[in-house]
Design a protein around this ligand. Structure first.
Ligand SMILES: O=C(O)c1ccccc1N[C@@H]1O[C@H](COP(=O)(O)O)[C@@H](O)[C@H]1O
Length: 213
């Protein structure tokens, strides 16, 4: 079944709604050098992370200047996984050497060198990124290309970028990713989630579908 990640959580009741909806992963944005309504202080990310129940993966989404800084932030927040954006494959490997958390590489779906991330990363987050390499853009990308990436790479791929309750079923059908990742598409205001949208997103991403041969 397609895994789901609800990202950019900033409030306890939104986190609880994501867990109640059946999300497999929940994400907290902390330490990114861009303007985003989802940014949390490290202590706040740690507090929300402590609330994540067993069986749900907590993900720290960040853009640390160095792998050492990323490992230090992971130590402070204590997530199950750390998702880094705008990192080279070597930086992902250096971070993985320095942390016990699983490492997710947030990459631009249009990049040509994605196979180089397959070894150092535990998973890829195939996103639409801005000029600083950050995600959370609310923009979709080429899903046919994403499908080819999923088929070619021997690493789990989470599809991200502009997903919503309205388009997630088609995204899953087209790309057949390991999982789907959403942030702004489940918000009612910046950093504040719409609980009905979270529930619809998870339901539509995970609904059984007929396989055609
Ligand atoms: O959400 C953010 O503000 C953010 C900032 C910096 C790096 C990553 C960020 N979010 C990630 O981007 C995906 C896709 O977001 P969206 O659904 O297109 O809004 C999100 O799930 C986070 O993993």
């Amino acid at each position: 079944m397609t895994r789901t990640k609800i990202c950019g959580l900033t409030r306890e009741d939104d986190l609880d709604a994501a867990v109640a909806a059946g999300a497999d992963m929940v994400g907290f944005v902390c330490g990114v050098p861009i303007e985003t309504p989802r940014e949390l202080a490290p202590d706040r990310a740690a507090t929300l992370g402590e609330r994540v129940p067993e069986g749900v993966t907590s993900v720290l989404v960040t853009m640390p200047e160095t792998p050492e800084a990323g490992a230090a932030l992971a130590e402070r927040v204590d997530p199950d996984a750390i998702q880094v954006h705008d990192y080279s494959p070597d930086e992902v490997a250096a971070l993985a050497d320095r942390t016990d958390a699983r490492v997710l590489a947030g990459v631009d779906a249009a990049d040509d060198d994605l196979e180089q991330y397959a070894n150092p990363a535990d998973a890829l987050v195939l996103d639409s990124t801005d000029e600083q390499g950050a995600g959370g853009t609310g923009e979709t990308h080429d899903w046919e290309r994403a499908r080819a990436v999923v088929a070619d790479l021997d690493v789990p791929v989470l599809l991200a970028g502009g997903l919503t309750p309205e388009n997630v079923a088609e995204a899953v059908r087209t790309v057949e990713p390991f999982g789907v990742d959403v942030s702004s598409g489940t918000e009612r205001a910046g950093g504040v989630k719409d609980h009905a949208a979270i529930q619809q997103f998870v339901e539509r991403a995970t609904a059984p579908r007929t396989v055609t041969t």
